[in-house]
Design a binder for this molecule. Structure first.
Ligand code: ATP
Ligand code: MG
Length: 255
């Protein structure tokens, strides 16, 4: 039995002349929550897109659920993607659809569920678990930023994936709302034994929910360790990343 959900082995990716990922290797264990941190443009979203094979690696191997995804057929790829939930950067909802239709979307179009009663039940219980009961008929425009993120989280989790990918789930939220999202993710991952990879600039969020932290810089993973090791670390890469995030906060812009 494969004990890893995900394994990158010497993966490289360029866009044109720009080398975006340089020979990176890491793994995510079953049930583990990993935070991927690093400055803007270092390649974090590219890692997430490679996991779902929305883009192809130039070199290296990516194993998801023990299968090398570079050689899967379209059919096999669709089956494996069904086990992965994703909240995209910005948490984009379909603005012209109600909350219900947003959350039901993957049930209708990925799982092909036809039973409307069953769908209502699944959506309503998922909305309850992200603490948004009875919001089915609202439109995304009626929701606050934090509520929108929670609907995106419900949509990513409604078909019960065992691996969750989050791209900046707390960016743009006030600290209190951000901590609420963190608590939900930590709680849901514990309750459903989910593995998760969360991309974030938010150090508090990363340390709050992750078992391990990976720090990226210019397409490389430059530091890897547990949250406790991160807090105790005097590694220059960690220190300089933390100084960078502090200077952003001092300028008063969003992280
Ligand atoms: N489809 C693409 N075509 C060309 N360049 C791309 C493409 N996707 C990403 N890049 C470039 O690759 C680099 C890494 O992008 P990526 O989106 O992975 O960064 P990131 O770490 O997620 O940044 P941020 O924190 O700002 O979201 C950037 O320089 C970006 O411009
Ligand atoms: Mg990104």
């Amino acid at each position: 039995m494969e004990e890893y959900i995900l394994r990158f082995e010497k993966v490289s990716k360029s866009f044109g002349d720009k080398k975006v990922l340089r020979n990176i290797s890491f793994s995510v264990k079953k049930g583990e929550v990993v935070a991927l941190m690093g400055p803007s443009g270092c390649g974090k979203t590219t890692v997430l897109r490679l996991i779902l094979r929305l883009i192809e690696a130039d070199e290296g191997e990516i194993h998801l659920y023990g299968r090398d995804i570079t050689h899967l057929s379209e059919r096999e790829l669709i089956d494996i993607r069904k086990k992965v939930g994703i909240v995209f950067q910005g948490g984009a909802l379909f603005d012209s659809m109600t909350v219900f239709e947003n959350v039901a979307f993957p049930l209708r179009y990925c799982l092909d569920i036809k039973d409307e009663g069953l769908m209502r039940e699944m959506v309503s219980s998922m909305l309850e678990s992200v603490e948004l009961p009875d919001t089915e008929d609202l439109m995304p425009a009626d929701l606050s930023g934090g509520m929108r993120k929670r609907v995106a989280l419900a949509r990513a989790l409604v078909y019960k994936p065992s691996f969750l990918l989050l791209d900046e789930p707390t960016t743009g939220l006030d600290p209190q709302t951000a901590r609420h999202i963190d608590r939900l993710v930590a709680d849901l991952s514990r309750r459903h034994n989910l593995s998760a990879m969360t991309v974030t600039h938010d150090v508090v969020s990363a340390l709050g929910i992750a078992d391990r932290v990976f720090l990226m810089k210019e397409g490389d993973i430059v530091w890897m360790g547990t949250s406790e090791e991160w807090e105790a670390s005097s590694d220059p890469e960690v220190t300089s990343f933390l100084l960078g995030t502090k200077s952003i906060r001092h300028r008063g812009s969003a992280p």
